[in-house]
Design a protein around this ligand. Structure first.
Ligand SMILES: Cc1cc2nc3c(=O)[nH]c(=O)nc-3n(C[C@H](O)[C@H](O)[C@H](O)COP(=O)(O)OP(=O)(O)OC[C@H]3O[C@@H](n4cnc5c(N)ncnc54)[C@H](O)[C@@H]3O)c2cc1C
Length: 196
């Protein structure tokens, strides 16, 4: 039997099979990989808050430095006249655990309101807000600090029938994204097919 395991970065921290030297022998250095808890904030408003902007805006204040308005990007929103903007911020909670939900939202709104031409979402008729603090171990996201690429394991392991896939496995993209996860899955399959 062959196994392809999708693994999340937190597994690299030896929570599993702790002390099992045979298991960890082939994964030297993985404990150097770090991960963070992520944050996402989705807000739907009656009025448009980012007119003429359908790009991803980066480098806003932490902890939610990236925002995008999906109004013109997703058909469901584009065709719904009740929705002016469908905003989504992303960032990391690690380092900002002490922020309350209210403080997180206020930071995101204040920051967005400073963008030239943007409207403060609080003045645009908020229809719905959804704040997700992804603090569970299985939801953590790989930090790609300089010099850490070499610690990521490859798809093929020292077990003949165990292959790994996931965005933190070495792959052709090497950025923790959907593309990276898919690439590592293809590599795992290619490696497995060499054995059967
Ligand atoms: C807020 C946010 C926004 C993002 N935006 C983008 C984007 O716009 N574009 C992009 O390309 N990427 C984006 N990403 C990154 C993308 O989501 C990940 O790179 C991708 O989901 C990784 O896929 P994966 O299959 O490796 O891991 P995951 O999608 O994390 O899947 C792993 C699965 O394994 C499960 N699991 C974990 N442990 C266990 C266990 N012990 N037993 C059983 N199941 C377990 C988890 O519940 C999870 O379902 C974003 C990530 C976040 C957090």
């Amino acid at each position: 039997m062959f196994l392809i395991m999708p693994v999340t970065a937190v597994g690299a921290r030896r929570y599993r099979n702790g002390g099992d030297r045979v298991f960890w022998r082939g994964f030297s250095g993985v404990e150097n990989l770090q991960s963070v808890a992520t944050l996402s904030l989705q807000v739907w408003t009656e009025q448009c808050v980012l007119p003429d902007v359908s790009a991803c805006i980066n480098a806003l204040d932490q902890p939610l430095p990236m925002v995008i308005d999906y109004k013109d990007l997703k058909t469901a929103y584009r065709n719904d006249p009740a929705i002016g903007s469908a905003l989504e911020w992303v960032g990391q909670e690690t380092g900002f655990e002490h922020f309350s939900d209210q403080a997180l939202k206020a930071t995101a709104y204040d920051c967005l309101a400073r963008i030239p031409g943007a409207k403060d979402p609080r003045q645009a008729g908020i229809l719905r807000e959804s704040l997700n603090r992804n603090t569970s171990n299985h939801e953590r996201y790989l930090l790609t600090d300089p010099g850490t690429l070499r610690f990521r394991p490859g798809s093929k392991t020292h077990f003949r029938n165990l292959y790994l896939a996931g965005d933190w496995i070495r792959n052709q993209v090497d950025v923790p994204t959907m593309e990276g996860a898919i690439c590592s899955g293809y590599t795992a399959i290619e490696e497995l097919l060499k054995e059967v």
